[in-house]
Design a binder for this molecule. Structure first.
Ligand SMILES: *Cc1c(COP(=O)(O)O)cnc(C)c1O
Length: 412
């Protein structure tokens, strides 16, 4: 079935009352009629016991995400940060290494340095090109980590080439597909990624109303190469023998949810489930709006540079055309200086906020906000200049958007 069909029909549970939609199970614990039934649920993991591990509302969301990204399994978590952490933690041990793309989301870099650093895990940053990645791999590399559309540099890596390198080297290829909008814009598993992590807070939720994240994985024999799946677990079973390719998502669930408690609230699972019903429509319209703005603003005398991956002259165009369903909902403008950006943003009658994927157009000045903690040189390396403004295009009428942008550029 096609994406739009799965977005509204997949994951709906069988409801005893025939509810059309997803009921919220606002429940912490699930009872069992007999000691034997309790023992069975604890031993097999079947059925529900306690909402930290598994919960019917989050389960419906997981089923829908699985269908939309073409995954074998999905695990929903409390935020995108929780998803990145649990996805990588499940692959790593002390002394292991990760090769990551330069220019990642700022808090991902923070997580790598401040949290993985505590665990003795080293992260090497490289240009996400096959040759640079190959050079950085060592015997201890357990994951290669990239983003579908690096922000604000708007770089799209060659997912298929990186996946085939990782496959050949026996290393997990993990893609942060937040910008892939739950598969509506990009489905990295299809191109060979082993694992997808994503923040559902952005386009999947669609209204900037809740936090959520997910880890998805595909069918693969790769886990047979990781010692954590070949050694007996605390129950005495060897994960790879007992679960096959499901041993990885099961470890994400055990570590991220059961043991660390980064569980998604059923109320948020409900809103995210609903958000997914319209994500394809929203992302399509946002892409059309972004293209309209890009085409009309690219020659503007006040715009020093404009980046939009959907324009044929854009450096990201070849990979965007191959991997994304459209040019996407993001563009950046360079106003030439911080003063220019400041005057433009002050005059622009739209919202300025460090979020993405909202129904409303949101703008941010990365130099002084999202990237302000990085040294100047690192900012410039990440494509962040003092005049750069990042735009997450919303659902407003494109003619209104253009008029508002032109009005503010006049003042810049
Ligand atoms: C927002 C974001 C995250 C973190 O997600 P939260 O839901 O805010 O925790 C991770 N990666 C990318 C690319 C993001 O944009």
């Amino acid at each position: 079935m096609e994406y739009e069909t799965l977005a509204v029909l997949s994951g709906l549970p069988q409801d005893p009352h025939g509810a059309v939609g997803l009921p919220i199970y606002a429940v912490a614990a699930y009872g069992f009629p007999t000691l034997e039934e309790g023992a069975r649920r604890f031993a097999t993991g079947e059925g529900y016991v306690y909402a930290r591990q598994k919960d019917p509302t989050a389960k419906a969301l997981e089923e829908r995400l699985k269908a939309l990204e073409g995954a074998l399994e999905a695990v929903a978590l409390a935020s995108g940060q929780a998803a990145t952490f649990a996805a990588l933690l499940s692959l790593l041990r002390q002394g292991d290494e990760v090769v990551a793309a330069k220019g990642l989301f700022g808090q991902t870099i923070g997580l790598f340095q401040q949290v993985f650093g505590l665990m003795g895990v080293r992260v090497r940053y490289v240009d996400p090109e096959p040759d640079s990645v190959r050079e950085a791999l060592t015997e201890r590399t357990r994951a290669v980590f990239v983003e579908t559309l690096a922000n604000p540099a708007l770089f799209v890596p060659d997912l298929e080439a990186l996946a085939s390198l990782c496959e050949e080297q026996g290393v997990a290829f993990v893609v942060d597909n937040t910008f892939g909008a739950a598969g509506a814009l990009c489905r990295p598993l299809k191109w060979g990624a082993h694992v997808v992590v994503q923040s559902l807070t952005k386009w999947a939720s669609g209204h900037g109303s809740v936090l959520g994240g997910a880890v998805l994985s595909r069918e693969t024999p790769l886990w047979e190469r990781y010692p954590q799946f070949l050694e007996p677990d605390p129950k005495g079973q060897v994960p790879w023998e007992a679960l096959g390719p499901r041993c990885y998502p099961e470890r994400v669930r055990t570590l991220g949810l059961s043991l660390m408690g980064m569980s998604l609230s059923p109320f948020h699972a409900y809103l995210l489930f609903q958000g997914l019903e319209t994500v394809a429509l929203r992302v399509k319209r946002m892409g059309e709006n972004a293209r309209f703005l890009a085409e009309h603003l690219k020659g503007h005398p006040k715009v020093k540079a404009l980046r939009y991956p959907g324009l044929p002259e854009d450096p990201a165009y070849p990979n965007a055309k191959k991997y994304l369903a459209s040019g996407g909902p993001m563009l950046t403008l360079d106003l030439g200086s911080q003063e220019g950006a400041s005057r433009f943003l002050a005059a622009l009658r739209l919202l300025k906020a460090p979020n993405l994927g909202d129904a409303r157009t949101l703008l941010v000045h990365p130099w002084t906000t999202t990237h302000s903690r990085l040294k100047e040189e690192a900012r410039l390396q990440a494509g962040v200049t003092p005049g750069l403004v990042r735009v997450s295009v919303g659902l407003e009428d494109p003619k209104d958007l253009l008029a508002l942008f032109e009005e503010a550029l006049e003042a810049a």
